[in-house]
Design a protein around this ligand. Structure first.
Ligand code: GSH
Length: 242
């Protein structure tokens, strides 16, 4: 199995999933990781486009099967390697709506908010005012939906972590980067800590980031990014195995 990815929230969903499956005792086949440099535009290459016509990471290549879209990859792995992460039967209809909720709402809104808070220094404030407000308002609404859902639950679909948590977590954990204040959402804040404390999540997030920088970039890294005017998280350090 090959995973073409980068150190970004959509990429981390899959590496967290793989680590959680291993933690659950699944005998996973060897996963070959290929770091796609988004800065260099490798996602637009002919080779990449053959596997993912949408030209975005992540993409999973399993023999003749190409799977684009991070949530589809979570579902694919969850079905191929059965575990509590994606139980079959009726329970899946509790999980799938939250997976789609993430794909249709959290990813796009948090991602768009992040691009204006972190990467668009060269756009003047007046031009940014409307999108900043719009994405903030919707992100805060989504956070309160999640907070409500987590009332009385440790995880989004009950007592166990599922692919729904794995999909939502990498975006929501970045609330400070996106400047989306969530401190008034206690269930969400507690859930962020609960998910982060899982050893497999720590390992999944460590793809593409030195361990000590998973939660907080070093001053050197920040300076490096600022200097380059990078528009997206660099991923040159992503661990590649071939
Ligand atoms: N809905 C897609 C979104 C994928 C996505 O936006 N990937 C970003 C990185 S997080 C990317 O490849 N960006 C490069 C680009 O837009 O050129 C998914 O969940 O897989």
């Amino acid at each position: 199995m090959d995973l073409w990815t980068a150190a970004t929230p959509n990429g981390w969903k899959v590496t967290i999933m793989v680590e959680e499956l291993i933690e659950a005792g699944i005998d996973m086949p060897e996963l070959k990781l290929r770091n796609i440099s988004l800065i260099d535009g490798e996602q637009f290459s002919e080779e990449f486009t053959r596997h993912n016509p949408n030209q975005k990471i992540p993409v999973l290549i399993d023999g003749d099967v190409d799977i684009m879209e991070s949530c589809a990859i979570l579902q694919y792995l969850g079905e191929k390697y059965p575990s509590d992460l994606f139980p079959q039967g009726e329970k899946r209809w509790e999980i799938l709506p939250w997976l789609y909720w993430q794909a249709a709402n959290v990813g796009p809104i948090f991602g768009n908010r992040l691009s204006y808070t972190r990467y668009m220094d060269d756009v003047d404030d007046a031009a940014k005012a409307h999108p900043l407000e719009r994405f903030l308002k919707e992100a805060r609404r989504l956070a309160s939906v999640l907070n409500h859902r987590l009332e009385g639950r440790d995880y989004v679909c009950g007592d166990n972590l599922t692919i729904a948590d794995i999909a939502i977590y990498p975006w929501v954990r970045g609330w400070k980067w996106s400047k989306i204040n969530m401190t008034d959402q206690p269930n969400v804040m507690a859930w962020i800590d609960r998910v982060r404390a899982r050893p497999a999540v720590g390992r999944g997030l460590a793809y593409g980031m030195p361990k000590e920088e998973i939660d907080q970039w070093s001053a050197e890294r920040k300076a490096e990014y600022a200097k380059n005017g990078a528009t997206i998280a660099d991923n040159k350090t992503l661990r590649t195995e071939s």
